[in-house]
Write a protein that binds this ligand. Structure first.
Ligand code: MN
Length: 242
């Protein structure tokens, strides 16, 4: 059987970045976890950097069998028409623009799309929704969604909405998930349905059931490999990519 080709989007660190590994040279990067995770299923992972010329996107999407939008730096608020709240977080505007184009093209070509963390937020932004730019500043009585002392992960429960694809794939209505985000979906895009949320009302999962697999989760299944739900999600994505 032909192995599906899965494109994974990447973070970037420009030459001007203060991140220690940059050392004055611009680099694209992705964490090991995504690659180790996707290697668990029979596919070809392909890292897709942020391009400045978006004209090859229809050709790229035509060549791939599935699109995996990974986590990373903040989504650019101007993509949903809001002024950026100043803060200490890094915003990746070029990546935001490219991922919007990728998501819309993947829908046009009916390719499976799986969004993780920032990727889940991107599904909403690409389809006209908005984000909380910073949960602690903008959401009253929010629970903790971010731990500053990584690699120790913060965990919280999510409630899975009945009769959603996520519910069918996971076969449960409550799940303990890791959490490493300070942004989240605010206004839901018209074409999306909420599939999971935390006790403070933060949206933790979305999907569009007019497509075979157009699904996002706010947590990081790629680092929850010991949890059977992570592999269930990945296998469902992959079977739609075949
Ligand atoms: Mn969370």
């Amino acid at each position: 059987m032909k192995k599906p080709l899965i494109a994974l989007t990447m973070d970037q660190s420009p030459a001007t970045d203060s991140r220690i590994f940059s050392k004055g040279v611009g680099i694209y990067f992705i964490t090991y976890d995504y690659i180790r995770h996707i290697e668990k299923v029979d596919c070809i992972p392909m890292m897709l950097p942020t391009l400045h010329d978006l004209s090859p996107i229809p050709a790229i999407v035509a060549r791939i069998d599935g699109l995996l939008l990974t986590g990373g730096d903040d989504v650019d608020a101007s993509a949903y028409g809001e002024a950026i709240i100043p803060g200490q977080w890094r915003i990746d505007a070029p990546r935001t623009g490219m991922e919007v184009a990728l998501i819309l093209e993947a829908r046009r070509q009916k390719k499976p799309v799986y969004g993780i963390c920032r990727g889940c937020q991107m599904l909403n932004v690409a389809l006209g929704g908005t984000l909380y730019q910073d949960i602690p500043q903008q959401v009253e009585k929010a629970i903790q969604h971010h731990s500053s002392n990584k690699p120790q992960w913060h965990y919280h429960d999510v409630r899975i909405v009945q009769d959603t694809l996520l519910n069918r794939l996971l076969g449960q209505e409550r799940l303990s998930v890791n959490s490493s985000h300070h942004q989240a979906i605010k206004e839901l895009a018209p074409d999306l349905q909420v599939s999971a949320s935390s006790s403070d009302g933060i949206i933790e999962g979305v999907e569009d059931n007019r497509f075979r697999f157009f699904l996002g989760v706010q947590w990081h299944p790629e680092t929850m490999d010991d949890d059977s739900t992570s592999l269930a999600l990945l296998n469902a994505f992959l079977s739609c990519c075949r």
